[in-house]
Design a protein around this ligand. Sequence first.
Ligand SMILES: *Cc1c(COP(=O)(O)O)cnc(C)c1O
Length: 353
Amino acid sequence: MKSLQALTRPNVWNLKPYSSARDEYHGSAASIFLDANENPYNTPNNRYPDPMQHELKRELTHIKPVAPEQIFLGNGSDEAIDLLFRAFCEPQTDNVVAIDPTYGMYRVCADLNNVEYRPVLLDDAFRCSADRLLAATDGHTKLLFLCSPNNPTGNELSRQEVLRVINAFDGIVVLDEAYNDFSDTPSLLAELDSHPNLVVLQTFSKAYGCAGIRLGMAFAAAEIIALLNKIKYPYNVNSLTQQRAVEMLHRYYEIERWVKLLKEERTSLMKRFAALACTATVYPSDANFFLAKVSDAVAIYAYLVSEGIIVRNRHTVSLCGNCLRITVGTPSENEGLILALQKYDEHHPTPSA
Ligand SMILES: *Cc1c(COP(=O)(O)O)cnc(C)c1O
């Protein structure tokens, strides 16, 4: 890995961050707060939130093998992705490499920040090649995005290829583990300490059932996290979100129960989906969704909309021609989907059958 200073944009490295009232006061005994021009009434929401989310990070260290200094919390993972671009990528000069297809936000952030985006196609089984990814990098490649389990394909990337990329790349590898809870492969978080160029992204939006509170997590070496904290909005995670997240972590058993249920439901839904006449292929999944190639994705998507069922049409995405991405729902939601598609089959006999 290059030095962190060599990777960081000079203006960011030299930036003196905004210092908020709640940043400057570090003690614990105070009971009169006249430092932040808040209204003293309307408790509890009259106060600015903790800018560094200390309580929430402490709770997270009970379930994640990291120290609080290795955690960045943001307004969704999307904030962390954007801040990584802004910290490391000089517009019109630097570039990033990513697997293709993958989560669309990496490219949007690249475009928004005017940074060249270099997609590297997966193979026909959606596998990545460390050699091909590394071959796409050059001296100006600052970030390399991997997503495992990958969205929209649903599969885990090979641990061996991922580690080869991390070990060989001299920039920062961002490994998006938004769906890791649904996978049997352990998170790479356990190996964070031996990989100073690794950033692992996780989120409250999927397994944790909290997409509405907007809370994303980035885990990395303390030096990288300090850099993200320096450039974030001072109060980027609001108090309601911090409270809700702490409450959710106190009910971590619920999350484990949901994940177990959804994995079982994934198995049965994929099996029933594969048996439909309009289905060509159901791809293996390590996530809470699966990708399926169907006879006519555009028509089936429109039909499902007319039945009040929304799935994700991925027809125009690389390697995903005629593919729909299906989120695993409750048993009755999944039943509704299958019944609708069985009705579709009755009205659209496949020519080959
Ligand atoms: C859903 C998803 C996220 C979550 O983004 P949030 O901003 O935290 O809601 C991150 N990465 C991938 C690949 C996703 O599919």
